[in-house]
Design a protein around this ligand. Structure first.
Ligand code: UDP
Length: 240
């Protein structure tokens, strides 16, 4: 069997990735495909932590544009990530993969609270850990959550799974035919060129803590495994 290049990973799934083509809510066949891909790498012995977004259900920015208090709208977004996390847990457990959800906002009847040492213990015992409810703070994103948790659990890499693009491009490939895909980039390039891969808080956190990031498409089944094996898929972002 092939040997993984990365042993402890954070997989960042945007809410949109769970919605599939319908663009809203949770698409059962998409979530099952993701669960199968996670199972594949978990069975290779890779320690998998997952951060799930919530944009398929609610985004704080939309609420605040509607005139809502931004913090309230953001808490709604964090709750959306919990729904997605429970759906993913259910799919993973359906495939026989032991999984724990930890939330940054306490809701003990639903899931464990986030406790760093406990999360690491679960990973060591080869349980998939899903980090839900973002950082627990308004004004942040689940990309920042992925960067923060990756630093905390000393992950080797963040795998950023996209459903609408297969890497980082110089411009939006759907709008600009001359857009070129990058194989490799630095975090400073991302920040300097304003490439919309992740928000600047998340990029800075990754840069300052030397956490590499692989941006790739989740739509092709087997891509998570390819990324973990170190195959050249998508775009790798690292260094300054
Ligand atoms: N959110 C937040 N703090 C966090 C993480 C998320 O307030 O630490 C809220 C924010 O409103 C955001 C929503 O949760 O719009 C959903 O997260 P995100 O937009 O990052 O999800 P994705 O784009 O990955 O689906």
């Amino acid at each position: 069997m092939s040997t993984p290049k990365y042993h402890r990973i954070v997989l960042k799934l945007s809410g949109e990735a769970l919605a599939g083509a319908q663009g809203f809510g949770i698409n059962p066949s998409v979530i099952q495909s993701i669960a199968r891909q996670v199972k594949e790498i978990a069975e290779m012995g890779v320690e998998v932590a997952v951060v799930v977004g919530g944009g398929n259900i609610w985004r704080g920015k939309i609420g605040s544009e509607m005139g809502m208090d931004r913090a309230t709208a953001d808490y709604m977004g964090m709750l959306a990530t919990v729904m997605n996390s429970l759906a993913l847990q259910d799919s993973l457990e359906g495939l026989g993969i032991p999984t724990r959800v930890q939330t940054s906002i306490e809701m003990r009847q639903v899931a464990e609270p986030y406790i760093r040492r406990k999360a690491i213990r679960h990973l060591e015992k080869k349980r998939v850990v899903i980090f839900a409810a973002g950082t627990g703070n308004p004004y942040f994103s689940t990309d920042t959550t992925a960067a923060l948790r990756a630093a905390e659990i000393e992950a080797d890499v963040i795998l950023m799974a996209k459903n609408n693009v297969d890497g980082v491009y110089s411009a939006d490939p759907k709008k600009d035919a001359s857009a070129v895909k990058y194989d490799e980039l630095s975090y400073l390039d991302l920040l300097k060129d304003g490439l919309a891969v992740m928000d600047s808080t998340a990029s800075s956190l990754c840069m300052d803590n030397n956490i590499p990031l692989i941006v790739f498409s989740i739509m092709e089944e087997g891509n998570i495994k390819r990324a973990v094996l170190g195959e050249n898929i998508g775009t790798i972002v690292r260094g300054k």
